[in-house]
Write a protein that binds this ligand. Structure first.
Ligand code: URA
Length: 433
């Protein structure tokens, strides 16, 4: 088999066989296919697409390109959740304890943030002492003991994706539904859960800017999951507005504690209850309505908060942050960001808000950047609220006053104030089964 023939076949819109896809993925991982040929095929896939069978075969080959996590030692159905990435998205910190507190084990591997999006591992590491580097054994034993562990990726999961993603990033081939689907789902399949709930975000802060694209991505990933024998559901949620009020690592942990204490913002609470309801349903706990009620109950009676406490204790973090969130890292400087004019807060463009928070130190401009766990932004006003000229809209947190200027100039582009209130839009837009 020759790589050039595979490239030519896709260039002219042909359908790749399983053998051709396996040959390609094997060559990506063992280094026998040079980067220029890999990139050429990626571009051909971007332009000509792949059908469902090709996309499933690509995903399976990528999932098999390295280790697979073996969760079979943990009894009962394990459910995983994946979000396609957002700004201020602390859903894992809330969902995982809700679901685990209802007796469904959650063994979650999460990532770090890059650019304007955050990562769960960075958020958890803002809790003093919290350990996210667990060996496979410790990871599995923690789940067996308390029903929940969230750790950074260990082992060599889907190495083909690492290589392909790095090349896509520099060859203009990130935005392709088959490539995004295979990238996300190969890691989910390798991570070992029996069922998967996908939170597909749509809007300015998300990869998918339109609802049509988000629906196609969701359908493609659901077909892959089910085709690979895992029960998979996708929930399409709005990312045109920030989720909750906090953006930044320790600030988001505090907000997650507030939600689990029943005192959090309504939007993030409702999204988490919907996603948790779907996870419980996939785990066989009853129909969706019953599972939503169970999730609400776990929030209201403190069981979910107690599960978060158990997880922090098991992973060696300072569990007192639950009772006293002031023990989380605090920024040395805060500054109010005020409305330039009066009217309605029409929108806060999520990706720009994420960038403004990154510039305060909460995120990484490059993979190597160091983050400040205390930095970030807390909204005082949310889209739809009335604001007067000069009224504070948000509070910026940073370790140095010098960081405020750059962040404020991005916020000036992020904040849109208008005379009329924005139209109300649902947060959960669709569920693809
Ligand atoms: N997230 C991933 O893991 N891969 C993609 O291709 C896009 C988003």
């Amino acid at each position: 088999m020759r790589m050039v023939d595979i490239i030519l076949k896709k260039r002219y819109g042909g359908k790749l066989t399983k053998e051709e896809i396996d040959f390609f993925v094997k060559g990506v991982v063992d280094g026998s296919i040079p980067d220029y040929q890999i990139s050429a095929l990626l571009m051909a896939i971007c332009l000509k697409g792949m059908d469902d069978e090709e996309t499933l075969n690509l995903t399976l080959a990528m999932a098999d390109s390295g280790d697979r996590v073996d969760l079979s030692g943990i009894p009962s159905v394990k459910v995983d959740k994946h979000s396609t990435g957002g700004v201020g998205d602390k859903t894992t910190l809330i969902l995982a304890p809700i679901v685990a507190s209802m007796g469904v084990p959650v063994a979650k591997m999460s990532g770090r943030g890059l650019g304007h999006t955050g990562g769960t591992i960075d958020k958890l590491e803002s809790i003093p002492g919290f350990c996210t580097e667990l060996s496979q054994n410790d990871f599995i034993n923690t789940v067996k003991e308390i029903g929940l562990a969230v750790a950074g990726q260990t082992g060599n999961l889907a190495p083909a994706d690492k290589k392909l993603y790095a090349l896509r990033d520099v060859t203009g081939t990130v935005e392709s539904i088959p490539l995004i689907s295979a990238s996300i789902m190969s890691k989910k399949l390798a991570a070992g859960a029996d069922a998967i709930v996908l939170d597909v975000k749509v809007g300015s802060g998300a990869f998918m800017k339109t609802l049509d694209e988000a629906r196609t991505l969701a359908r493609t990933m659901v077909k892959i999951g089910n085709g690979a024998g895992r029960k998979t559901v996708a929930v399409i949620t709005d990312m045109d507005r920030p989720l909750g009020k906090a953006v930044g690592n320790a600030l988001e942990v505090k907000e997650a504690i507030d939600v689990l204490s029943g005192k959090g913002p309504e939007d993030i609470t409702e999204i988490c209850i919907t996603l948790a309801g779907k996870m419980l349903e996939l785990a066989g706990k009853g129909d969706f309505d019953k599972c939503v009620s169970m999730a609400r109950e776990a929030l209201n009676d403190g069981r979910a908060l107690d599960k978060l406490r158990q997880m922090i204790r098991a992973q060696k973090g300072l569990e007192k942050v639950i009772d006293d969130p002031e023990l989380l890292p605090q920024a040395r400087f805060v500054k109010e960001y005020r409305a330039a004019s009066g009217g309605y807060l029409k929108s806060i463009i999520s990706d720009k808000l994420g960038t403004a928070s990154m510039l305060l130190g909460a995120g990484r401009a490059t993979k190597e950047s160091r983050i400040d766990p205390a930095a970030g932004i807390v909204l005082i006003k949310k889209p739809g609220d009335r604001v007067e000229e000069g009224e504070p809209i948000m509070i910026l947190h940073a370790d140095s006053e010098d960081l405020f200027e750059g962040s404020v100039s991005v916020l000036n582009e992020a904040v849109v104030i208008s005379d009329a209130p924005p139209e109300e839009a649902p947060l959960v837009i669709d569920i693809i089964e």
